[in-house]
Structures are given as C-alpha cells and as structure tokens.
Write a protein that binds this ligand. Structure first.
Ligand code: ATP
Ligand code: MG
Length: 325
C-alpha cells in the first residue's frame, strides 16, 4: 500500500519525522513515497504543489501531510479539491495529565468540506460585497451519511446536526431536513440538532452532551477550533480529510514558524493524525496501540514545552514508541 508523505514547511517537517519514527517501527505493509509541497517547494520548482507531487499523490492510497506555510491555501486546499476529500474529521478528546478547560471530553466533529460559504463565490459591486452560500442535497446527504457511518463504526451513541435553520431557512433548512431523512436509516443511533450559536455555548459549558457532530463547512471550521480549545489546544489536535478514493491526514496546526527549527514542536497532533490514518486504512489494532501509548505518555506528564514539559519533539516521539512496546 503506497502512502504519500509530505512534510512541507516549518514544524511540519519535525512532526512528520516524529510520526514516521512511530509508523516505521510498526509492522505495516506500507511503501512510503516522500514528496515535496509548500513554501520551499515553491522556491525550488516555482509551484507550491508541483505537478509531480500531485501525480504521485494520486497513485497513493493516503497522504500524511505535515504543514505548509504561506502557501497553505495553494497546497492543502488544492489537494482537498483534487482528491475530492469531502469530509473533514476532527476529534476533540481530552487527555489525562494535560491541563485543559474540560476533562472526559470525547467528541468527533464531521465537517462538510466542499461547499457552503467557502466555495469562494464572492462579488463586490458599488460598495456592496456578497458571498454565495451553496448547500446541496447531494453533498449534505453524503456528509450526514458519513457521520452516521462513523458513529456506527466507532460505536458512538448520538449524531448532532448544527445549523441555523431559523434564519437561513433555505440552506440550513435543506441541511436539517436531509439530516433527519438519513437519520431514519440508523435506528440505533440517536439524532438531534442544535442551533449553531447555542451549540457553541454548550461546547464551552457542557461538552459532554456531544458525541458526533455533523455540520456545514464554515460552522464546522469554527466549532472544531472551539472544541480543540477546550481540550488542550493545537499540539494535540489531529484531523483527516476523507473522500471515496483518497484521504489526507494532517494535524490541525500549521507550520508555526515561531518555534520551527528548535525541535520543540509537540508531535502528538501528528502522531494522533497518523493513528487516524491507520484506522482509516483498516489497521485498527495498530491505531489503538498508538493512541494508548500517547495517552500513557501524556498521563505520566511527559510532554513538550507547549504543555509545560521539557521534552524535545523526537524525545517525546521516542517515549511514545517505548510505550507501544
Ligand atoms: P497556519 O497559518 O497554517 O494556521 P500558523 O503559523 O498560524 O499556521 P499554527 O501552526 O496554526 O501557526 O499555530 C499557532 C501557534 O500555536 C504557533 O505559532 C505555535 O506557537 C503554536 N503551536 C502550533 N502547533 C504546535 C505544536 N505542534 N507544538 C507546539 N506549539 C504549537
Ligand atoms: Mg494559524
């Protein structure tokens, strides 16, 4: 199985090296294809996403992506489009031993990744700017079904739709309607919905009422950062972009040039991202092993400076590797 590995820029390179230490020490039938993209690739080849990278990526089953700096939009947004990864999956889970606003949080946010206000259809005429919000039945059904399938697979109890159907009656109205249509096919999973604003308050004050969240593109973007914020922040937040054919796995954080090159980036987000990739590719046992090891190391208070520890990036990766064995 071919896996594309794109370290990219800044701490992307450091956390990718850390995640690869873990992956290469597990017994996996993977062939890693190392590729370039990002600011440095643009300097070298004149394009942040070189043609060769894109061609090679399409011959791989999954992409493990570090981060891109200034060129992030040209790289990762383009990759998501080219590979038609319509679902953005971002778990928000609290860890023992990590200071966070809330404990015992374990939710997954499923965000539609292809339409809504992020389609980029905007105009400005005579001092009036307009943006078009596209919500289709097709994309809504696809993402809602994805969320219920995820809930079923991970034995989760509830899927909650977030929307603002009282104000955006057509767009959110359609999304909400499709949500309950699809929900009927999943009798064993509870379905409910909230207005996006109320949901934000609940994520801040009572996050335990959420299990799987499904929502449209922009709401999903915002609530997933909110959810990451209550459980410990960027150093711990993994994500996946999933389509029918391809999938891209990347930490939520970016290139973080302020700490790049110092070897102090927290590799946990990227290692948990690699674990999501393992699960997606059918290596559930290995995925669990990695997660358990991360939990163990964090619980022992071993971590990088961002979470108050004194480990270097690779030292933390080695601790996690030791905890696997
Ligand atoms: P982007 O523009 O792609 O979001 P960015 O350069 O704004 O990237 P982020 O990577 O999103 O930066 O992170 C914001 C800040 O959070 C960083 O400047 C850094 O200090 C901190 N940070 C992010 N990721 C990590 C990490 N893995 N370990 C430690 N600190 C991190
Ligand atoms: Mg940022």
């Amino acid at each position: 199985m071919r896996i594309a590995v794109i370290p990219g820029d800044g701490i992307g390179k450091e956390v990718t090296e850390a995640a690869m230490l873990i992956l290469e020490n597990l017994d996996l039938p993977f062939e890693y294809v190392w590729l370039e993209a990002g600011d440095e690739a643009e300097k070298k080849y004149g394009k942040p996403l070189p043609d060769e990278t894109l061609e090679e990526v399409k011959r791989c089953k999954a992409v493990l992506f570090g981060a891109a700096g200034e060129t992030a939009a040209d790289v990762i947004v383009k990759l998501r489009q080219e590979l038609e990864t319509y679902a953005n999956v971002r778990p928000a889970k609290s860890f023992e031993g990590v200071k966070s606003i809330h404990k015992n949080v374990d939710m997954v946010i499923v965000r539609e990744n292809t339409e809504c206000l992020y389609k980029g259809i905007e105009f400005e005429v005579d001092g009036v700017a307009e943006a078009v919000r596209i919500i289709s039945r097709k994309a809504s059904e696809r993402i809602v079904r994805f969320a219920f399938e995820l809930a079923k697979r991970e034995k989760r109890k509830r899927v909650t739709a977030l929307h603002k159907a009282n104000v955006m009656r057509k767009t959110c109205g359609l999304f909400k309607r499709v949500f309950y249509e699809v929900a009927r096919e999943y009798e064993r999973i509870e379905a409910n919905d909230y207005y996006i604003d109320a949901a934000c308050m609940y994520i801040a004050m009572d996050p335990w009422r959420f299990d799987v969240i499904v929502t449209t593109n922009m709401f999903g973007d915002i609530v997933s950062d909110l959810a990451a914020g209550i459980v410990g922040g960027l150093g711990l937040a993994p994500s996946a972009n999933i389509g029918d054919e391809y999938a891209i796995f990347e930490p939520v954080h970016g290139a973080a040039f302020d700490i790049a090159g110092k070897g102090i980036a927290n590799p946990t987000a990227m290692i948990l991202t690699a674990s999501m990739m393992l699960r997606h590719l059918g290596f559930e046992e290995e995925a669990k092993k990695v997660e358990k090891a991360v939990e163990k190391v964090l619980a022992e208070g071993k971590t990088t400076p961002d979470l108050g520890g004194n480990l270097k990036t690779m030292e933390m990766a080695e601790e996690i590797l030791k905890a696997i064995e």
